[in-house]
Design a protein around this ligand. Structure first.
Ligand SMILES: [Zn+2]
Length: 74
């Protein structure tokens, strides 16, 4: 075996921390608690519920999801 179990475990843990940063919001840096701040996964990041919904609404404004218009003109 070329890769030892230790090396593999260390690598994947570091990679996971770098990628997911599971303890802090990637947007505002608040420490995440599932019951208080919420813990939402957005792509490779974890964010609190506030940032999650803010990001969602920003995204909707920029890229509206096919909302049928009830009236024309204007
Ligand atoms: Zn946040």
């Amino acid at each position: 075996m070329a890769i030892s179990g230790d090396a593999l475990a260390t690598m994947s843990l570091q990679e996971m921390l770098d990628t997911y940063q599971p303890t802090k919001c990637a947007e505002c840096g608040v420490t995440l608690h599932e019951t208080t701040t919420g813990c939402r996964t957005v792509g490779p990041k974890c964010v609190c519920s506030d940032c999650y919904f803010r990001t969602m609404s920003d995204g909707l404004e920029q890229y509206p999801i096919c909302i049928p218009r009830m009236h024309r003109g204007g």
